[in-house]
Write a new protein. Structure first.
Length: 311
């Protein structure tokens, strides 16, 4: 794949054909340095007050991701809403784009590959108007968690995915084998970017270097889209809380907390994890009245106004 400039008139046709377009020098050297510095500031100064659901650590305590960054910091809100980005978006789609989120997944030394997936599977929106602008903040190569795209895969619709024990989805390996001829693995210089469709199958490789690799994602969706799956996402997380705090091997979204063996100490631990993840304090009475993960998720959505943010 070759790189084009942000004002290249062929971007729209390339995106329609390939589902991914490589954009050269989207950020200048100084802008890359400033963005990196702002991410470091965010991690040190802002992150401690961010609800736990919007960041995650690896088991050894190393930062794994920071999501919804634009919600908690004005600098990143302005960054994501830049005119040049939205001029680019409006020039390649026939729908009205709105900022969806900013996120980053610092690829630490030794991190494993990110399995191949589609954003529209992980975060379904209706209609499927969804773009990612993935910006490299380091030179991204094969060795430091290089990016992988399946060019043209956005035209297939949603591919079948499987889930692994860590809860992350992956496009079925049999399908990936059949479309191996579509796989591209571009080196992407710092400041350059990949603009890709929400249906494009993509992922990243392992980082086998001794330095972490940084990038920043600006995601947009159509202003008239509705995000589906919020209740399922909340219920899935609360299901995990039940399973881990009660100490059971299996739990469904419809299982009753006390029928699973839950007691008052486990209930308090679940409620604390909800505070840590979402910044919302539920009472013991609320859990006692809505005892399944799905019912408790409905309560949480009502209290957070999440459905209003995503409609």
């Amino acid at each position: 794949m070759d790189f084009v400039t942000i004002d290249d008139p062929s971007i729209k046709s390339r995106l329609e054909r390939d589902g991914v377009v490589l954009i050269d020098s989207l950020l200048s050297k100084d802008e890359v340095a400033e963005t990196r510095a702002q991410l470091e500031r965010y991690e040190k100064e802002v992150l401690p007050d961010v609800p736990r659901v919007h960041y995650e650590f690896h088991q050894d305590g190393v930062l794994r991701n920071m999501t919804e960054i634009q919600r908690y910091d004005e600098w990143f809100n302005r960054f994501g809403n830049q005119d040049r980005f939205f001029d680019l978006f409006r020039g390649v789609v026939d729908w009205d784009p709105a900022l969806f989120y900013l996120e980053t997944f610092p690829k630490r030394p030794g991190c494993k590959p990110l399995r191949m997936h589609q954003e529209l599977f992980a975060g379904p929106v209706d209609p499927p108007h969804y773009l990612h602008l993935w910006i490299a903040l380091d030179d991204v190569t094969n060795d430091n968690s290089g990016m992988v795209f399946y060019r043209g895969s956005h035209r297939f619709g949603l591919a079948p995915h499987i889930f692994h024990p860590d809860g992350l989805p992956e496009v079925q390996p049999e399908l990936l084998e059949r479309i191996a001829h579509l796989r591209v693995e571009p080196d992407i210089p710092a400041g350059s970017a990949a603009l890709f469709d929400g249906g494009t199958i993509h992922g990243s490789k392992a980082n086998i270097t001794d330095r972490r690799r940084l990038s920043l994602v600006v995601a947009v969706r159509g202003k008239d889209t509705v995000v589906h799956g919020d209740l399922d996402i909340f219920a899935s997380i609360i299901t995990r809380f039940y399973r881990e705090e009660i100490g059971v091997a299996k739990c469904s979204a419809e299982d009753d907390f006390y029928s699973l063996g839950g007691d008052e100490p486990a209930r308090d631990r679940v409620l604390k994890r909800i505070v840590d993840y979402y910044g919302v304090e539920l009472t013991a009475d609320q859990l006692d009245r809505r005892r399944t993960p799905r019912a408790l998720a409905e309560e949480l959505i009502e209290l957070t106004g999440w459905h209003e943010l995503n409609t």
